[in-house]
Write a protein that binds this ligand. Structure first.
Ligand SMILES: [Zn+2]
Length: 137
């Protein structure tokens, strides 16, 4: 560790016997940097969103939410009949699908489509991902 930082005085205070404490301090520093990059909080469960690329916009205000949280919300509001299931069909849309045979998941009928995300809206947090990817390239 040849990083210069402002802990010099504190290190003196701890003394040489507590060197492992200093390495813990460095770990905390790193996790703070990490959390700075994943600063998006799920609209529904208030937990940080690690995979922003799989996040879905909250219907209320367009903020990012966990895919699973959105799915749970739709499941709670839709009345599903037997052999019906909510599934994501892309472009911010979910669908209620019906399986004639629940053991054969390849054959299903779309009963109704749920337009969840507003397709006219450009979500800022989503273009953030696009920017990150274009920088990597
Ligand atoms: Zn969530």
């Amino acid at each position: 560790m040849d990083r210069k930082h402002s802990y010099t005085n504190r290190n003196k205070w701890y003394g040489k016997n507590n060197s492992h404490k200093n390495s813990n301090q460095n770990k905390n520093e790193e996790s703070q940097v990490k959390s700075h990059f994943s600063s998006h909080i799920c609209e529904y469960c208030n937990q940080p969103i690690e995979e922003l690329s799989s996040a879905i916009a909250a219907k209320e205000n367009g903020n990012p939410a966990h895919f699973d949280c959105v799915l749970a919300k739709i499941n709670a509001s839709e009345k599903l009949a037997e052999n019906e299931k909510i599934t994501y069909i892309g472009q911010g849309r979910f669908a209620v699908v019906y399986f004639e045979n629940p053991h054969d998941l390849r054959h299903f009928t779309i009963r109704r489509v749920i337009e969840w995300e507003n397709r006219e809206t450009t979500y800022e947090w989503r273009s953030e991902i696009a920017n990150v990817y274009s920088q990597v390239k």
